[in-house]
Write a protein that binds this ligand. Structure first.
Ligand code: NG6
Ligand code: CA
Length: 505
């Protein structure tokens, strides 16, 4: 039996009636926290049974809440995946929703509808802390002034973020649109095309590089780490990579303390285990897997700190926590950090094929847990769900309209473990290409480009059809044996992608 202190419809009605801000009811509204990791694989948490890694804090969410076995990001890379989470729309409907550089303009329409705006409409205080990667400014950012538009225009009352990825410039924190610690006499400039002659870069100054690159990542050298893009100035404002986990945990704690008496929505974008992997000294050697394993231990600590603070503030049983990852895992993502060499028996995807960037399941089939102490009976769910569905589902939770013009599906009962009636189908994206899930079947349309990492990415010369009920690891293409199913899947995918994509005929 699942138990709810307040039934969901009653809660929704109550909140609709007090959306104007009746303070008296605020304590009853559940806070919502979405923890979004960066490149964490399905097999990278011990909650799904891995014995080669230990993530006790993350596991406490999985074991105390709904542990989803069949949850997806919309995309196999960060920007499109985050775009869908924020907007409730498929990322392939926006051609700019591709991996963005640090100086890219804001991807999300400032006038558009978003998850944080919906929560704000319901009377919530909203915050974004950690990785952003959705662009900011109008395309010609002056890093020495307040950057507009940004997280605020997307719907966040408070934000403290890194602009893109840890491997991209500018390597500074941006709080409410302002570079933290910027100084008028050391202005910041960013350029992704041209180097600054008086700043070190990896090709001309190899002696400064303490983490070698294996692919790309040979431009600005900052803190001894070669990055993507060039940067000048802001010497005192630059982050220390090893301190980033503590820095953002501190911001999370401050946000929780500042807003403990109001209903809040917090988006916490953890930067681990994305490259460059630079654990704090306390986590160096925490695992036998080198930096990639160690930053997962650090990630788990961050989750533990968040939980401890909620407990301390007596907010734990009034806060829904979603834990997930923006896309699947990768070992070598452009730096020499021995992720491959020290992997041992660890299976980053937990047996799924492919990984980050892939149309195979490893690209988008991610860890996903929903925890609400005292309100969700611990359970596992095989329902097909997507991160994009959180928008309309939380709308149902907080009494806001469920919008039919979004790709987001309302499935609050599924997320709360009351129902296994998930999605029928889902379109997934990797590197601008699409694949399709329906029921237990996965369809990967053919790729007409040059031969390119087929085993890893799913660049198949002909249609790939996989029966996930019998072959979770997508080892065998059964298109030839199932011509009717193949036609049915092609038709369904064609309908789902409509005019946006013409590879399925
Ligand atoms: C790629 C980078 C990779 C990573 C990725 C974005 C190279 C060779 N590779 O272009 O290291 O930064 O972009 O990852 O530069 S994501 O998880 O944010 O989508
Ligand atoms: Ca990512």
């Amino acid at each position: 039996m699942k138990k709810y202190a307040i039934s969901v419809p009653v809660l929704a009605a109550m909140m609709a009636s007090c959306a104007g801000g009746d303070k008296g009811d605020d304590a009853k509204r559940p806070n919502v926290i979405v923890i979004l990791c960066d490149d964490l694989g399905y097999g990278d948490v011990s909650a799904y049974g891995s014995k080669t890694i230990s993530t006790p804090n993350v596991d406490s969410l999985a074991h105390g809440g709904v542990c989803f076995n069949n949850a997806y990001a919309t995309s196999a890379t960060s920007t499109p995946s985050r775009y869908a989470l924020m907007t409730g729309m498929y990322p392939w409907k926006n051609e700019r929703a591709k991996i963005l550089n640090g100086d890219a303009p804001l991807l999300i329409d400032p006038d558009g509808y978003t998850l944080p705006k919906m929560m704000k409409n319901a009377g919530y205080v909203t915050g974004a802390i950690g990785k952003w990667h959705l662009g900011m400014g109008n395309g010609d950012v002056n890093w020495n002034e307040t950057i507009i538009p940004g997280a605020k225009e997307v719907g966040f009352d408070y934000s403290c973020v890194i602009a893109a990825t840890v491997d991209r410039v500018p390597t500074v924190y941006i709080e409410n649109g302002n570079v933290v610690g910027r100084e008028a006499d050391d202005p910041i400039y960013v350029d992704y095309n041209n180097k600054f002659d008086d700043e070190p870069n990896a090709l001309d100054n190899p002696e400064l590089v303490r983490m070698q690159w294996s692919c790309g990542h040979n431009q600005a050298v900052i803190n001894g780490i070669p990055r993507i893009g060039y940067m000048k100035g802001g010497k005192n404002a630059r982050w220390i990579d090893e301190d980033m986990a503590d820095y953002f945990v501190g911001k999370v704690k401050t946000f929780l303390n500042d807003n403990k008496d109001k209903p809040f929505f917090l988006y916490y974008g953890l930067h681990q285990p994305h490259v460059p992997r630079t654990p704090h000294q306390r986590f160096v050697g925490a695992t036998t897997m080198g930096p990639r394993g160690d930053v997962i231990a650090e990630l788990d600590w961050c989750v533990g700190e968040l939980m401890a603070e909620l407990r301390k503030l007596d907010l734990l049983d009034n806060t829904i926590i979603v834990f997930t990852s923006d896309n699947g895992p990768v070992l070598d993502d452009g730096y020499v950090d021995y992720a491959v060499e020290r992997l041992g028996n660890h299976q980053v995807t937990g047996g799924l094929r492919g990984g980050k960037y892939s149309l195979y399941d490893g690209g988008t089939h991610i860890p996903f847990f929903v925890y609400w102490k005292g309100h969700i009976e611990p359970t596992t769910s095989n329902a097909l769900v997507c991160q994009m569905d959180l928008l309309n589902s939380f709308a149902a939770l907080v009494g806001q309209p469920v919008r039919q013009d979004l790709d987001s599906k309302e499935m609050l009962d599924v997320f709360l473990g009351k129902s296994e009636n998930g999605r029928d189908e889902l379109v997934l994206e990797a590197a601008g290409r699409l694949c399709f899930r329906k029921g237990n079947w996965a369809l990967i349309p053919p790729y007409n480009g040059p031969e390119f990492r087929e085993t890893e990415l799913g660049n198949l010369k002909d249609f790939g059809l996989f029966d996930l009920s019998a072959d979770r690891g997508q080892t065998t293409n059964v298109a030839d044996q199932n011509p009717e199913k193949l036609e049915e899947m092609k038709l369904s995918m064609h309908e789902a992608v409509q005019n946006y994509y013409n590879a399925v005929k």
